[in-house]
Design a protein around this ligand. Structure first.
Ligand SMILES: *Cc1c(COP(=O)(O)O)cnc(C)c1O
Length: 487
């Protein structure tokens, strides 16, 4: 054993042993999830303070610590996981993550990440081609859909506003149009940019929660009459609550007609462009000026890996500049290999390696197979809900998100919300499944995102059975205390 602590910490043979140990642990974990998933709960049932106390005291040696972290984490690889929209990471992509964590190339400038920058450039081009963009397209990877959306809107502001905001700050009030069902981060981006509450104009949705694109002219006109310069429309592909895809073709045409920036928030659903069966859901995506797509939502890649693609790579250089015109003329300034010029990050993770190894090893067929499978399955699960007398479907699923509820026709409507919330809590506590909930027009729905490719039809039938079982319990409980139901 080396005595110097730093030498010990960098010791290659200790690293080798511990690396093998960790990989073995994770391989056993995967085997258990494959062969006997129901022996462990999807979600650990531990209270926050209780867990904090555990880690405050410490969990012993490294092996114990790794075991503890495994045990106390949400098990996204568990086939009963159907909660929020993060996908189980493919082990190979996680290994790529180890390589990039180890190398720690900050990649803000070329010298600090030659391979990382080259790989990222290639990932961006492949995604852009998948969207149907021309060779002029470009972009970069960045730290999450939230940051990508903000960055894209800053580019839009730089290009479309009539004043030199970077130099002079805001003078005219700006605004954009977006579906009322859009992810909250669009609202947050607007407020960060200082456009205030009126800077976000929320367009109503149709019964399938798609933006009412027929209302775009009305809202544009109304904003202009109030003296606001509308500079962009954001399309959702898809929405977070219900997985609804806005009509990108209609929005794209509208933006072209009115000289507006068209941004697509495809954090979750732009991934359908990889599915030969489902890619029409994002028909018109190539009309966008910018598109956000998370690899960690529906492309089996560890978080955080987000692509921000621009129809025209040159636009990316305008985001953090005051004189875009200078940049257009000065091609030498466009050093794609020095990405910090156009990203929020200075030091950035070598995130491109994760999707790149997947493409390298399995090709884009892997994404096609996965996206097609989870969308097919979600549609078949909807049929099971529809055929069940005591279950109700919120809407026909368009993506891998399913909203439904327990709805015994004998139940008074006003109790249904509380009952479904109670059912979800009990199902999740039992540990066999993890699902979440959402509220649509005042009605409470159970919400599943099927990100695990091994969540099959039998498992879904099992979930429906579990829901009914818990519903019986909940109803028994409430029948003995009916006032609780009517509060
Ligand atoms: C998840 C999501 C986001 C936020 O992306 P992060 O990567 O979590 O920051 C934004 N928009 C939509 C539609 C999403 O589904």
């Amino acid at each position: 054993m080396k005595t110097d602590l730093l030498q010990q910490a960098f010791d290659p043979s200790a690293f080798r042993a511990r690396g093998h140990q960790l990989v073995d642990l994770l391989a056993v974990y995967l085997e258990e999830l494959e062969h006997s998933p129901d022996t462990a709960p999807v979600m650990p049932d531990r209270l926050p303070d209780e867990l904090h106390q555990k880690y405050k005291v410490g969990c012993g040696n490294l092996e114990d610590l790794f075991h503890s972290v495994l045990q106390d984490s949400m098990h996204i690889h568990h086939p009963g996981y159907a909660g929020h929209q993060v996908s189980p990471s493919i082990p190979l992509a996680a290994l790529a993550g180890l390589l990039s964590d180890f190398l720690n190339n900050g990649m803000g400038v070329y010298e600090m990440g030659p391979a990382a920058n080259a790989v990222e450039r290639e990932v961006i081009f492949r995604v852009a081609t998948q969207f149907g963009f021309s060779s002029k397209a470009g972009g970069f990877l960045t730290s999450g859909g939230t940051l990508a959306n903000l960055t894209a809107l800053l580019t839009a502001r730089s290009i479309k506003s009539q004043t030199q905001i970077w130099k002079d700050g805001h003078s005219a009030p700006l605004a954009l149009l977006v579906s009322e069902q859009a992810h909250y981060c669009v609202d947050r981006a607007i407020r960060i940019m200082g456009w205030g509450e009126k800077g976000i104009i929320k367009v109503p949705v149709d019964p399938d929660f798609r933006m009412r694109t027929d209302l775009l002219p009305y809202y544009l006109n109304q904003a202009q009459e109030e003296g606001r310069q509308v500079i962009a429309v954001v399309g959702s592909a898809c929405t977070t609550a219900t997985g609804s895809f806005d009509n990108l073709e209609a929005i794209g045409t509208f933006c072209q007609e009115h000289n507006l920036w068209f941004h697509v928030d495809g954090a979750h659903g732009a991934a359908v462009c990889y599915s030969s069966k489902y890619r029409d859901l994002v028909k018109g995506i190539h009309l966008a000026d910018s598109v956000t797509m998370d690899f960690h939502k529906m492309l089996l890649t560890p978080a955080i890996t987000t692509a921000l693609i621009y129809k025209n790579d040159q636009y990316t250089y305008a985001t953090f500049q005051q004189q875009a015109a200078y940049l257009w003329q000065n091609q030498e300034a466009h050093q794609w290999y020095n990405p910090a010029k156009r990203t929020f990050e200075c030091t950035k993770l070598m995130m491109g390696l994760k999707p790149y190894v997947l493409l390298n090893e399995y090709g884009s067929d892997l994404f096609d197979e996965y996206v097609t499978r989870v969308l097919d399955r979600t549609a078949s699960f909807a049929r099971i809900v529809e055929e069940d007398a005591v279950m109700e479907l919120a809407l026909e699923p368009q993506c891998n998100i399913l909203c439904f509820r327990f709805a015994n026709p004998n139940l008074p409507e006003k109790s249904a919300n509380r009952i479904n919330a109670a059912i979800r809590e009990r199902v999740v506590r039992k540990g066999e499944f993890y699902l979440v909930e959402t509220v649509l027009n005042g009605t409470h729905w159970l919400r599943c995102t099927f990100t695990n490719p091994f969540f099959d039809i039998n498992r879904f039938k099992g979930l429906v059975r579990a829901i009914k079982q818990e519903a019986d319990q909940v109803l028994d409980h409430y029948l003995s205390a009916p006032t609780e139901l009517n509060e």
